[in-house]
Write a protein that binds this ligand. Structure first.
Ligand code: 1GP
Length: 241
């Protein structure tokens, strides 16, 4: 069970693949090869504006080319596949757009219900990373300001009370500022697994967020810019494990 694995692993790293940007098979092969060498823990797959075709292409390619668990990080109701290992069943609880709180869920529930796929209820909290993120724009929601730690915490608590099994704190892909470690520390103290992503591009940031209590740190953009950052990640993972 992926949820069980996430809860028990304090210092995991996920590589985010946005199929809209990365579909080329030789590039994916290279990413898989270097991620395997670095011993990353998960591939997260999804995006704000991904077509069904691109999504399935990437999931199916990963399924036949890697043993690393594939976790869907969906941007919309069509991003589901039985070839993944788990689905982060996101509710965008920082926003007030009913489509991302229940609408997409209703659209896909019949299919998801019948799939042999681990579904992980996830409270997804978008915080302001200093740039207009694709998620904020596409979902038409307002992220929580970074300095409003009390609102972030109240939102996380509400998610827990609603039965979410994981809290995902995201500053948005390509954020200028990632979620501060103090916020991660406070949310992790609520005794729920925490995933953090958005704007993380240095090893010392990964380390700081892990130390603060993040179970998974997600890296997307940085690897699109420089795939060899996985070599630094390998060194970090070897030192920590
Ligand atoms: C965004 O958490 C992810 O949803 C990853 O962000 O692309 O900035 O690493 P980056």
């Amino acid at each position: 069970m992926i949820l069980h694995q996430i809860s028990n692993n304090q210092k995991a790293i996920a590589v985010l693949i946005d199929p809209e940007k990365s579909q080329d098979e030789s590039e994916l092969k290279e990413l898989i090869r270097k991620s395997t060498f670095a011993k990353i823990d998960y591939f997260f797959v999804g995006g704000s504006t991904v077509t069904r075709e691109a999504f399935n292409k990437v999931i199916d390619f990963l399924k036949s080319n890697t043993e690393i668990p594939i976790v869907i990080f969906p941007g919309a109701s069509h991003q589901i596949s039985e070839n993944a290992d788990a689905l982060l069943y996101l509710s965008l609880i920082s926003g007030r757009n009913p489509d991302y709180l229940i609408g997409h869920h209703v659209m896909s529930s019949n299919e998801v219900f019948d799939m042999d796929l681990e579904v992980i209820p996830t409270g997804y909290i978008l915080v302001d990373g200093g740039t207009q993120s694709s998620v904020a724009y596409v979902s038409q929601t307002t992220p929580i300001p970074l300095d409003k730690a009390n609102i972030i915490l109240s939102t996380a608590k509400a998610g827990i009370l609603q039965g979410k099994k994981i809290i995902y704190l995201d500053a948005g892909s390509g954020a200028k500022n990632h979620v501060p470690s103090k916020v991660i520390h406070d949310v992790a103290n609520l005794q729920i697994p925490v995933i953090v992503g958005g704007g993380i591009r240095q090893i010392d940031e990964i380390e700081e967020l892990h130390e603060a209590g993040a179970n998974i740190v997600v890296i997307g953009n940085k690897l699109e810019e420089n795939i060899d950052f996985l070599l630094d990640i390998k060194e970090y993972i070897t030192d920590t494990k």
